[in-house]
Design a protein around this ligand. Structure first.
Ligand code: ACO
Length: 368
């Protein structure tokens, strides 16, 4: 049986708190007009203190699983793409695995900035079509508000928090993931970076004093890079999949800046209604932007089963990439499941495992 990697479930979570441009003008020297005309962003969502990248990711994952009718215990692999992980290690994916009760899943984080979701889609799709796994969760999740310098008007106006997740599943009917293009140019690594906290510049009082634990970005250069690669990457993946732009129903780009998307549309000679845009509501949620936009495209009836679509993104690294997908739509035979139940048991299981480990430690201490 030939195996295809289909997107059979999708879900998104954004924090409730809305931060408008007007509110930002009270903390940095900017205007609503400047932000809207230079970026397209009108408002963004900001995580509450108790909301983290893992909690948003778990929420989105459970919604996607519910739609796909897949129990957490059936998932083979979880990839969380993020630039604002819970910790350097352990991975945010392992925390999600525990929170949702995906007891047999492998889990790891993937770091390719805003392009990470496309990288992750490519990785799991090849694992699925090769027969290595059957069911995977790909999650893009960020709480960038926690690593943004709210006194830096060059960056704080751009970003927002949120998570989006897809369930990918092996099916024998043609469709789903078709082709992808993944690229990197590390010579531009310094253009978009979180300088401190890694092995090159460990966190210290000095790095905190210098604000090196915040996102640093050379916006103009990133903008130029983005407008160079978006159209090219779109064309490359479409050609690799044996199609032409005429076959494409919708392009879901990384939601960084309205002008970057307009520039890609112009280069591809496509009207803007071929691009799904929702960055006005959420700002740039980095790697979460493509799955969040996909969920909203479905809600808006902009995506129909059988449609050929392209995901295209760029980000720190520098990285960029694109993926050609034949949209599968909901699987009609699937019965949604109540994932809340699984999460409840996952909490109890995790608690019991922690106690068991403690007891085991005490007993082995006594035996020595
Ligand atoms: N309000 C008012 N003025 C501002 C603001 C602001 N928020 N920010 C910058 N300015 C000023 C600058 O200081 C500059 O003033 P100057 O001419 O006196 O020096 C002027 O506006 C123009 O600045 P530019 O940087 O040239 O403005 P630009 O039109 O390029 O817009 C922006 C800046 C929005 C950051 C744009 O460059 C951009 O979107 N770049 C891409 C950023 C991006 O997408 N990053 C995320 C990548 S994905 C990831 O991996 C997370």
């Amino acid at each position: 049986m030939k195996r295809y990697s289909h997107i059979t479930g999708w879900g998104m979570v954004v924090p409730e708190r809305i931060l408008t441009n007007e509110e930002i003008t009270q903390t940095v020297d900017t205007t609503d007009e400047w932000i809207r005309t230079r970026t397209g962003v009108q408002e963004r969502r900001i995580a509450a203190e108790d909301e983290t990248t893992a909690s948003l990711a778990s929420g989105a994952a459970l919604k996607a699983l519910t739609m796909a009718g897949i129990k957490p215990s059936q998932v083979d692999m979880i990839i969380v793409s993020t630039s604002s992980p819970e910790h350097t290690f352990p991975s945010t994916a392992s925390i999600v695995q525990d929170e949702i009760g995906a007891i047999k899943a492998g889990a790891f984080d993937l770091s390719a900035a805003c392009t990470g979701f496309i990288y992750a889609l490519d990785m799991v799709s090849h694992a699925i079509t090769s027969g290595s796994i059957d069911i995977a969760l790909v999650i893009g999740a960020e709480t960038l508000s926690k690593i943004v310098n709210w006194k830096d008007r060059n960056t704080c106006i751009l970003f927002g928090d949120g998570a989006g997740a897809f369930v990918l599943q092996a099916l024998d009917k043609p469709g789903g993931f078709i082709s992808s293009v993944l690229r990197s140019d590390g010579s531009g690594a310094d253009l978009l970076t979180l300088p401190a906290g890694g092995s090159k510049l460990p966190a210290s009082e000095q790095t905190v004093r210098d604000g090196l634990h915040y996102i640093h970005m050379q916006g103009r250069e990133v903008f130029r890079f983005a407008t160079r690669v978006m159209a090219k990457a779109t064309l490359e993946t479409v050609e690799k999949g044996g199609l032409t732009l005429d076959d494409i129903s919708l392009i879901i780009p990384h939601q960084a800046n309205q002008r970057i998307i307009e520039s890609a549309a112009k280069k591809l000679k496509l009207p803007m209604d071929k691009f799904f845009v929702n960055l006005d509501k959420y700002g740039n949620t980095s790697t979460a932007s493509i799955p969040i936009a996909t969920c909203e495209a479905v809600e808006a009836d902009a995506l129909q089963p059988g449609d050929m679509i392209v995901f295209v993104g760029f980000g720190g690294g520098l990285t960029w990439g694109s993926a050609l997908i034949q949209w599968s739509g909901p699987q009609l035979e699937v019965k949604p499941i109540r994932t809340g139940w699984y999460q409840f048991w996952a909490g109890i299981r995790s608690f019991l495992l922690k106690i068991l480990r403690r007891i085991e430690g005490l007993l082995s201490g006594l035996g020595e």
